[in-house]
Design a protein around this ligand. Structure first.
Ligand SMILES: [Zn+2]
Length: 282
């Protein structure tokens, strides 16, 4: 079954694979032991991935392999309090550390939204001492929290992005008084499609003390109401299909960080987006 889990990992993730050790200095040793756990990322030399007797589920093994590949639990994100509530009174003694948040210097969100359906997310009652939920989702309409069937789309995207298989694009622009920048668009926008596995980031700055107006000229990305597939993120606000009312938004401060994420897919996707940004000299 361990072999099967590795095969599944290698099939789902195009960017990195687990292969048999061939004289490598750094490697993962899979051992029987107590509990199911792994180091997060590369330790150097031999690092251990422990699979106890209760870990013999393919999804659990893929979860552990993904720790070795460098991923924390989804509920360790530093922004998790917006998405899940931790009921500390129900946490098993000694397991509090499992529900700690990781700082942005250790855990990069890779520009992604919170993913209840991640294989790295705990279930509601994982490490509960009394059968009551430890994690209460603030919204999770699909009840995905804690699934161990396999990678979510975002899990795969994050792996491919982190290991450098996602195309990158974007720009940093500082605008003068009354400046306008109208080159923020998905690659291939003029051809009415965009590619899978793309990440772009633009940082636009207005002169100090002035805000930016972000105009939505066109927006049509694949996604649900929650924009959990392909999306643009403007200072942490997510858009994919629906333009904001009035077709524009103002930034609170003098800069806009705009991230575009297109997840893996079997081919080019119809649509795209185009924005323009202007300095709002009130
Ligand atoms: Zn884990």
């Amino acid at each position: 079954m361990i072999k099967e889990a590795i095969l599944q990992f290698n099939r789902d993730v195009t960017c990195i694979n687990f292969v048999p050790r061939n004289g490598d200095i750094d490697y993962v040793m899979i051992k029987n032991g107590y509990g199911c756990h792994s180091s997060i990322g590369r330790d150097g030399g031999e690092q251990v991935l422990v699979l106890g007797d209760n870990c013999f589920y393919k999804g659990v093994m893929i979860h552990e392999l993904n720790h070795a590949a460098g991923f924390f639990h989804e509920q360790s994100r530093f922004d998790r309090d917006k998405y899940v509530q931790v009921n500390w009174e129900n946490v098993q003694d000694g397991k509090q550390d499992d529900f700690a948040k990781q700082s942005p210097t250790i855990l990069s969100l890779l520009g992604t939204t919170y993913d209840y359906g991640s294989i790295m997310h705990y279930g509601a009652k994982t490490f509960s001492k009394n059968g009551n939920p430890v994690l209460t989702p603030r919204y999770d309409p699909h009840g995905l929290m804690g699934q161990r069937n396999g990678f979510s789309k975002l899990d795969i995207w994050k792996l491919n992005y982190m290991y450098g298989c996602v195309k990158a694009c974007g720009n940093d622009v500082t605008l003068p008084e009354n400046g306008v920048y109208d080159m923020i668009q998905s690659p291939y926008f003029t051809q009415n499609y965009y590619e899978p596995e793309t990440a772009c980031q633009w940082t636009i700055k207005a002169p100090a003390g002035q805000r930016l107006k972000v105009n939505f000229e066109f927006l049509n990305l694949i996604g649900s109401e929650k924009c959990d597939i392909d999306f643009i993120l403007i200072n942490n606000e997510t858009f994919c299909k629906k333009k904001p009312t009035k077709d524009f938004i103002y930034t609170k401060g003098s800069s806009a960080k705009i991230v575009f994420i297109s997840q893996a897919g079997s081919g080019n996707k119809p649509g795209g987006f185009k924005l323009s940004v202007s300095v709002d000299g009130k």
